[in-house]
Each structure stands twice: as structure tokens, then as C-alpha cells.
Design a protein around this ligand. Structure first.
Ligand code: ZN
Length: 294
């Protein structure tokens, strides 16, 4: 079962969407592995596949399957250039997809984290909460695709990761390129190495990774920072008749004029220190309330 779990994690590490497995794909898996993964919530059944390889001829032609309803029930029907019409039982057309949330919940249960579980970047980075460790508590993250070309940008946008004083990042199957961390260095490990599934019991061994040192980002433990858009939305709540575009422009203008503390970045990389922004926001509210009401 552990081998099947690792196969799924490796498949999910290839660039693209979440991996899916048809009934034919799962047939070589060890006995009970598919059911155990479904029970664990790691695999989730999705709609029937419309593609199989013919099992009636040596060439195993690829077949496009149509599901038809007969008085006797539903049946897949396809045309093979050698075999002619082929009937395919629905059971063979079932398929399952990796469920990252189910995987994250399994890891949380195995390492004793009470969460909360938070998907930071869709299908890429999850926060699993904090667990105690000998020296300092560790914030546990799961990440997928940290060796993909966009990994550096995905990490840069993952604010909870940058804010963590001691992050441990568990990638699916491949250790990330150290170049993706800018300004910090989380401890890392690989789920495909530390997780196992035996007799339906999921375990994750963090004994090595919890001993690895982390170098936190300078953003960690320095109070709250917000994006220009978050700041603009706050401004819209206190100033009448502002749309998001104009609110963003006003925030950016004030930032350029040094009205509050920022990270000295421009554009989407700009971040604003919440405390100093709140002071300016209060002033804007006062101005708005004191303007003549016509
Ligand atoms: Zn055939």
C-alpha cells in the first residue's frame, strides 16, 4: 500500500492538474490499496472516464467510450477497429482523483496537528497548523510542485509561510530547489519518503525533519502586513463612493508619498504595514466624515 501511496504522490508532482486513476490504472495496485486510499480520503471518486484501451485484441486500441442506458442498466459502448462493437461494464470506467485536502488531513492526524487546515494556494500549498518540537514549535506546510517553474512566485505569495517563525515544508515527492526561497530557508522533507500506508493505517515520520534548522523570513514575527488590495478594501469601508480601482490608486499614491510604512516594493509585491496604515486610514475616515454632506 505504501508503494501505491508513493506512486500517487509522484504522479501529483508532475506539472499539471491533479492526477486521476481509472479502474484499469488501479488494477495492478496491491490488494486493498485502492479501498484504503479511498477510506483515508486521499482518493476521491469522480465521473466515469470516456477512454479505455481495448482488452479484446492484442493491439489494445484506444477506445472512446459512450455510456448508454439500456433496460438492463447503463453500459459503456465503443467501437474497436479490430473487434467491432465492444461493451464495457461501468465498473471499468470508474476513476478516482487525488484529494489534496484528504491527504493533508491524513498527515495532520498522523503527526498530531489539530490544525486549522488552510489551503493557501489552490492545489499547491496548505498550512496544517503547528506541532510541538524539542526546541521551538514547528508550523507544518504541505506543498506540491515546488520544482515547477512558478514555484518561486508561488512561495513568494504564500504569506503564512513567510510569516512563520519555524516552518517545515513537506513537498509531495521532490525536494524543492533551494533557489525558490528568497530571504528564508524552511526545513524541508518529502511526503513520499516519510509517509506510509500499511493495513489501512497512515503514518508520517517527522523525526528527522523536526531536527532540521529553519531560517525564518524577515517578515516573521514583525506584526501584520497587508497587500495593496487588502488596504484598498479597508479604505472603501471608510470612504464613500470609492470603487476598488480608485481605492487602490489612492492607497498606492499615499504609499508613494510615504504616508505609511511599506516593504519598499512596487506593484503586486508591495506590502503595507498594518499598524501604520491603520493610522492613515483613521485620518481618511475623519476627512470623509467631516466633508459637507451634499
Ligand atoms: Zn479490440
Amino acid at each position: 500500500m505504501t508503494e501505491t501511496l508513493r506512486l500517487i504522490l509522484r504522479s501529483a508532482e508532475r506539472p499539471g492538474g491533479l492526477p486521476t486513476f481509472t479502474a484499469d490504472d488501479t488494477r495492478p495496485w496491491s490488494s486493498g490499496a485502492r479501498d484504503a486510499l479511498i477510506d483515508q480520503g486521499i482518493l476521491l471518486e469522480i465521473g466515469h472516464t470516456d477512454f479505455v484501451y481495448c482488452d479484446g485484441c492484442i493491439d489494445q486500441h484506444p477506445l472512446e467510450v459512450e455510456i448508454r442506458e439500456y433496460p438492463t442498466g447503463m453500459l459503456g459502448v465503443a467501437m474497436c477497429p479490430e473487434c467491432g462493437r465492444v461493451n464495457i461494464p461501468l465498473e471499468r470506467l470508474r476513476q478516482w482523483q487525488l484529494a489534496p485536502i484528504g491527504l493533508a488531513q491524513s498527515v495532520m492526524a498522523a503527526i498530531g496537528s489539530s490544525g486549522p487546515l488552510d489551503e493557501i494556494t489552490t492545489n499547491r500549498i496548505w498550512s496544517l497548523g503547528t506541532i510541538p518540537s524539542d526546541d521551538t514549535p514547528r508550523d507544518i506546510f504541505i506543498a506540491r510542485g515546488l520544482d515547477w517553474p512558478d514555484a518561486r512566485e508561488i512561495v513568494r505569495q504564500a504569506e503564512p509561510l513567510r510569516r512563520s517563525p519555524a516552518p517545515l515544508v513537506l513537498s509531495y515527492a521532490t525536494l524543492p530547489n533551494p533557489g525558490i526561497w528568497s530571504g528564508f530557508r524552511p526545513a524541508t522533507d518529502v511526503l513520499a519518503s516519510i509517509c506510509s500506508l500499511d493495513d489501512g493505517v497512515f503514518t508520517a515520520n517527522l523525526s528527522d525533519s523536526l531536527n532540521r534548522t529553519t531560517l525564518p523570513h524577515s517578515d516573521a514575527g514583525e506584526g501584520s502586513w497587508i497587500t495593496v488590495t487588502q488596504a484598498a478594501k479597508k479604505l472603501m469601508k471608510v470612504v464613500d463612493d470609492l470603487d476598488l480601482k480608485r481605492a487602490r490608486a489612492r492607497v498606492s499614491g499615499a504609499a508613494n508619498n510615504g504616508k505609511f510604512k511599506t516593504n519598499d516594493e512596487k506593484g503586486t509585491a508591495r506590502e503595507i504595514h498594518l499598524d501604520s496604515f491603520s493610522t492613515w486610514l483613521f485620518e481618511q475616515q475623519e476627512i470623509n466624515l467631516n466633508k459637507p454632506a451634499w
